[in-house]
Design a protein around this ligand. Structure first.
Ligand SMILES: [Zn+2]
Length: 289
């Protein structure tokens, strides 16, 4: 059984051909069974059974429809653009608290919708000339009304990695983490570098260690607001740490017994493990086998 990865497994067909076919899009929006994901700002609103809430399209709502996709019966599923001025909280504590109510597949659907709605709210104006943009491709792009530049929803690649040395892996914590909580180190991939180079750079910058043999493990979206977490492992050439304390408050090497205790939530564990939807937890589970 493969381990579950957070925010993956959405069950909608993204229906790409429909995005550029105005007649097919209009037919989808007029479909009697079409449903719209209910959001409060960009946070989901729990349905009666605890999952996502879907409602019929409200003809009185003039916010643009963004096509999420079609279910197995061909029923179109949408989400609406946020109303202008709606406060977008990229790291909503409310939604973090509610996420465990969702199945993995629902979290994946919501994550994609959330990132998309968030992106539209931040891209009402053209990055090239500053003029207002308008939505096109059924919500999967915006076009400038003046210079015609096209803008597409962005995904920000982040490497997150376990460095291994002599039967132990490195975990660290940022100042804002809850007490006792440690995770894998991570950082944004910068222009002009490969994933392997980003892993090596981040581990040297944050922890002062040099690594070799960077390998890919798994990836998952992280919709706060639109990261793609790319999980890796690397072999550390030494264990001595020099921390960048502006980035991480503390870091330590932990062995498999330590990690198993943390994953099990044991009171005596040397640290608290990341939550189930975080790929850092997946990396630790994968490492201990
Ligand atoms: Zn423009």
């Amino acid at each position: 059984m493969p381990l579950p990865l957070g925010f993956t497994g959405a069950w909608l067909d993204r229906a790409d051909p429909l995005r550029s076919d105005a007649a097919a899009f209009a037919a989808a929006a007029a479909h009697p069974g079409a449903r719209c994901l209910t959001l409060d700002g960009i946070d989901f609103v729990p349905g009666e059974g605890g999952g996502l809430r879907w409602e019929p399209l409200d003809p009185a709502d003039d916010r643009a429809l963004l096509l999420l996709g079609l279910d197995a019966r061909g029923t179109p599923h949408f989400v609406r653009e946020a109303a202008p001025g709606v406060r977008i909280d990229a790291r909503s504590r409310t939604v973090m608290r509610l996420l465990p109510l969702l199945s993995g597949e629902e979290a994946a659907l919501y994550g994609g919708a959330r990132s998309l709605v968030d992106w539209h709210a931040r891209h009402r104006f053209c990055a090239a000339c500053g003029s207002p943009t308008e939505l096109f491709r059924a919500g999967w792009g915006r076009r400038c009304g003046t210079c015609r530049a096209e803008h597409f929803p962005r995904v920000d690649p982040v490497v997150i990695m376990l460095a291994e040395h002599d039967g132990r892996v490195l975990v660290g914590r940022q100042g804002g983490f809850p007490p006792g909580f440690f995770s894998a180190l991570a950082g944004f991939v910068e222009p002009g570098e490969s994933l392997e180079e980003a892993v090596a750079r981040e581990l040297f910058e944050e922890a002062g260690i040099r690594v070799s043999n960077v390998t890919y493990v798994a990836s998952q979206p992280w919709p706060f607001p639109s990261s793609l977490m790319i999980g890796c492992r690397a072999v550390a050439l030494g264990a001595e740490l020099t921390l960048d304390t502006t980035e991480i408050e503390a870091a330590m090497w932990v062995d498999k017994a330590d990690v198993r205790a943390a994953l099990a939530g044991d009171i005596g564990a040397p640290f608290m493990a990341p939550p189930p939807l975080a790929i850092a937890r997946y990396l630790l589970e994968d490492w201990v086998g």
